[in-house]
Design a binder for this molecule. Sequence first.
Ligand SMILES: NC(=O)c1ccc[n+]([C@@H]2O[C@H](COP(=O)([O-])OP(=O)(O)OC[C@H]3O[C@@H](n4cnc5c(N)ncnc54)[C@H](O)[C@@H]3O)[C@@H](O)[C@H]2O)c1
Ligand SMILES: O=c1ccn([C@@H]2O[C@H](COP(=O)(O)OP(=O)(O)O[C@H]3O[C@H](CO)[C@@H](O)[C@H](O)[C@H]3O)[C@@H](O)[C@H]2O)c(=O)[nH]1
Length: 428
Amino acid sequence: MKVSVIGMGYVGLVATCALANSGHEVIGIEKDVNKLTKLRQGKCPIFEQGLDELLQKLISENRIAFSSGIEAVNGSDIVMLAVGTPAMPNGRVDLSQVYGVVSELVKVLDTPTILVMKSTVPPGTGESICQRYLKNTKVPIAYISNPEFLREGQALKDWYYPDRIVIGGDDDSAIEQVKRLYGDIDAPILVMGITSAEMVKYASNAFLATKISFINEIANLCELVGADIDEVAPAVGMDSRIGKEFLRAGLGYGGSCFPKDTKGLDYVSVFKGYNFRLLKAVIEVNTNQRIRAVRKLERALDGLAGKHVAILGLAFKPGTDDIREAPSLDIIPLLLVEGATVTAYDPLATENARKVLPPDVKFADNPYDCIEGAQAVLLATEWPEFSQLDWLQARTRMKSPYVILDGRNALEKDELNRLGFQYYGIGR
Ligand SMILES: NC(=O)c1ccc[n+]([C@@H]2O[C@H](COP(=O)([O-])OP(=O)(O)OC[C@H]3O[C@@H](n4cnc5c(N)ncnc54)[C@H](O)[C@@H]3O)[C@@H](O)[C@H]2O)c1
Ligand SMILES: O=c1ccn([C@@H]2O[C@H](COP(=O)(O)OP(=O)(O)O[C@H]3O[C@H](CO)[C@@H](O)[C@H](O)[C@H]3O)[C@@H](O)[C@H]2O)c(=O)[nH]1
């Protein structure tokens, strides 16, 4: 099939490469000139496992093309939207990129097509697009909601092996075409109404965020009653009705999706006059988890003023250079406000973090230099290299009182205590 994908971010670029690799004729459209230049040279503007190699292969085989002009969509069977839907300060989803593209599309399209919404948009958006933009167009444009569930760091794997494919629409022929798009993927396909499909995406992310906030609250309580979350969480998760995934306690969730999608769903609820108490609590617990970590460091160091803290990990999770809503970005400014100095290290995300963190944060090229002279280390992202550090050597680079706050419960607690560290975890 002929497919155009608009927006070459994490989702759009993965979709473009994966669909081209599946044999579709795909053109990726991106307005950011720097990104476009890199893409045309076969250079991936983001870090995503396996994507660089796949992009280079597709470029060398002439099986993929990129353009900045939206007119390139003409002739496509499917036009897929994967532009950003960030949160506004009040939590409302900013749909300006989506509406901007849709209003351009209806002007330039002169061949019938199917508009497939991959971006995460609040329930009701698709119906509103159909009403406001897709009636009385020059050529017929069908609308399908097709939310994406991939995770950064394993996006290609998630694309080819999804748990389900959700197709929301009311045009049978368009639904069949979109099914054909995923013809080589072995997954259940669920067809439903547009608004239900939009709600599936928000409900899924809100539920996963709820699991994380729930286990963080249990971990906090473990500390007070003397239980160990490492023993509790796996045993709870073995109940198949609960499931073992997303029960890792820590500094709370970050990333480009959970924070904005939970706030976005809460905004929709308020707007509709519904008080989604549980969701509000999930968001509040997540914020507090960052603050609790700062308070733990403050107690362990007997005050933060004049203390030096090393931050290991800046990305919102391992396997990505994405720092959007990363716990590190909340915690570092709090430490600075309390008078601490900070040096940080991340194997992939330093350049992205440097652009947004205050200028007094120092960055190290390796974990040992990061730890140099620190009274405390905060492990904020569980990159495997941190659990493999020579912690004995690391200790010689630190200063008393040798505090480690393991914000992801990724390190060997007993071993670190034996080496003379003051170890703190989350619920351990
Ligand atoms: N990142 C994820 O893991 C993930 C997973 C599932 C769903 N989503 C959703 O998918 C959507 C995209 O997320 P992302 O992380 O890929 O976003 P992103 O911000 O990384 O990328 C969006 C891209 O769209 C481009 N763009 C914006 N307006 C454009 C226009 N008019 N023409 C051409 N290009 C334009 C931007 O320059 C940018 O490169 C969001 O709604 C997000 O919630 C994201
Ligand atoms: O037990 C857990 C699991 C995750 N996290 C944190 O939760 C955040 C999100 O992790 P993850 O879900 O792996 O990453 P994302 O790439 O943000 O993917 C989520 O958000 C995407 C965008 O909507 C969805 O498509 C995916 O299905 C959904 O998992 C990260 O900060 C993790 O550290 C925890 O704290 N504990």
